[in-house]
Write a protein that binds this ligand. Structure first.
Ligand code: URA
Length: 199
């Protein structure tokens, strides 16, 4: 079975197994989209209303801005993987509850282990919290760091502000553009194994 098929099967199996209560109110599961061979995984918080209708991550206003950001460094969606911490839409766009995050935890872990990306990019504070509890996005954004995470081994993270947060804030928009521009260099450094962040 090739890697894309394995990822598709993983997502089907995890959807069947996942105990997350949001399943009851969501229209569709939003497992993630992109390449199983991606060097980069982008991880958002949870699907919004548009994503719930379509079963695809980041297709609303934040997704359109994410597309613009990707284009600035010549990345195409089909060459990366985009997913969320929680795979089902929380009603009224509320924040996911800790138990909903916990119920989707193994799923995200297995996606990361299968894809085995060079770089994990948490988008926003909720995604950052999943990997670095207590770290503020205002302090952690735009810095690469390596962490040993239970069940995932050593991984390199590079947190960014969530594109939705930057939609109506020009300052954050500029920060996000600057942080994004560093991604190709960070990948190159990790692949050469000379990035200071790599333990
Ligand atoms: N915001 C997210 O965090 N994820 C999506 O898929 C869409 C918007």
């Amino acid at each position: 079975m090739n890697k894309d098929k394995k990822l598709q099967k993983l997502n089907e199996d995890m959807d069947a197994l996942c105990a997350c209560k949001l399943k009851k109110t969501a229209i569709n599961v939003v497992p993630g989209k992109g390449s199983a061979d991606a060097k980069i995984i982008f991880i958002g918080e949870a699907p919004g209303k548009n994503e719930d209708k379509a079963g695809e991550p980041f297709i609303g206003a934040a997704g359109k801005f994410l597309n613009e950001l990707l284009a600035t460094i010549n990345l195409k969606r089909e060459n990366i993987y985009i997913t969320n911490v929680v795979k089902y839409h929380p009603p009224n766009n509320r924040d996911p509850l800790p138990e909903e995050v916990a119920d989707c935890e193994l799923w995200l872990q297995e996606q990361i282990n299968l894809i085995d990306p060079v770089l994990i990019i948490p988008l926003g504070r909720h995604a950052l919290e999943r990997f670095l509890p207590g770290r503020k996005i205002s302090e952690g954004h735009g810095k690469a760091f390596c962490r040993e995470i239970d069940g995932m081994g050593k991984r390199v993270f590079y947190a960014l502000y969530h594109p939705a947060a930057a939609l109506y804030n020009d300052g954050l928009r500029d920060t996000l553009l600057k942080d994004f521009a560093r991604i190709p260099k960070i990948i190159a450094h990790i692949e050469r194994k000379d990035e200071q962040c790599c333990c």
